[in-house]
Design a protein around this ligand. Structure first.
Ligand code: ADP
Ligand code: MG
Length: 238
């Protein structure tokens, strides 16, 4: 057994009186696609913020690739191989598509020519190379999601955190997204993805972890998770 790529150990996040994450311990193995699901407000995006270092946890620790990264800032975690997309797309709207991706690539190299080459490679992988020179704000929503993924991939992550990148897309666009996630995993990148809509994510993931009210409710194989009465109740109450 090799150690997991990512572990959260007893992680808590309090916002004043609100407990967004409550004693969350999860692990993700190398090469897996893991789905993090749960109703709105369950604490999924908060957990991503704790893993990526956007927020320090109130309590608990984050272990990545054998190292305790709990006290490291987001940039240091990115350098170690954690990349994330944001639920609310954070592209630099007034920059071109290629420049958005170069921003990601610059974490690995300071040579501009090398960063540009990497950015083009990643854009091609994400099916966006033809859009390289348009402004990010000219993209349609599904392209903006792929741009987020491209920028994250340009940092050459070991772990890619995807926050609702398939939500709100047409069925065809969502399918393109699903295939992109599979291809990302096939390149050796481990994926932890948040999706609110179970139908989209369940056929894609190796394992699902359900958060509800800030706690891990259930985890297991997708087919077992969708049939679990606790999961059904949590979603019906949503
Ligand atoms: P999810 O992504 O599962 O929908 P979130 O992690 O975004 O859930 O939110 C979990 C809870 O924490 C919600 O009640 C939300 O309002 C609250 N919350 C999230 N971020 C903050 C913050 N920065 N300050 C205060 N409350 C927050
Ligand atoms: Mg969220």
């Amino acid at each position: 057994m090799t150690a997991p790529l990512l572990e959260t150990r007893g992680v808590w996040q309090r916002f004043g009186g609100l407990i967004a994450n409550s004693d969350v311990s999860i692990s993700v193995d190398r090469g897996e696609i893991v789905g993090l699901i749960g109703p709105n407000g369950a604490g999924k995006s908060t957990l991503f913020n704790l893993i990526a270092g956007v927020l320090p946890p109130t309590q608990g620790s984050i272990i990545f690739d054998g190292e305790d990264v709990t006290k490291l800032p987001a940039t240091a975690r990115c350098a170690r191989g954690i990349a994330r997309t944001f639920q609310v797309v954070k592209s630099f709207e007034s920059m071109t598509v290629i420049d958005n991706v170069i921003v990601g690539a610059l974490i690995r190299t300071t040579v501009m020519r090398e960063a540009r080459r990497k950015a083009h490679e990643v854009l091609a992988f994400c099916g966006l190379d033809a859009r390289a020179d348009v402004l990010a704000n000219q993209l349609i929503p599904s392209e903006k999601r792929r741009l987020e993924v491209a920028r994250a991939l340009a940092t050459e992550p070991k772990l890619l955190l995807l926050d609702e990148v398939l939500t709100g897309l047409t069925p065809t666009e969502a399918q393109t997204g699903v295939e992109l996630v599979r291809r990302v995993r096939d390149t050796g990148v481990t994926v932890l993805m948040v999706e609110h809509v179970m139908e989209i994510v369940m056929p894609l993931v190796d394992r699902a972890i359900v958060l509800d009210l800030g706690k891990v409710l259930v985890e297991g194989k997708p087919a077992d998770v969708v049939r679990d009465p606790k999961v059904i109740t949590a979603y019906l109450g949503d």
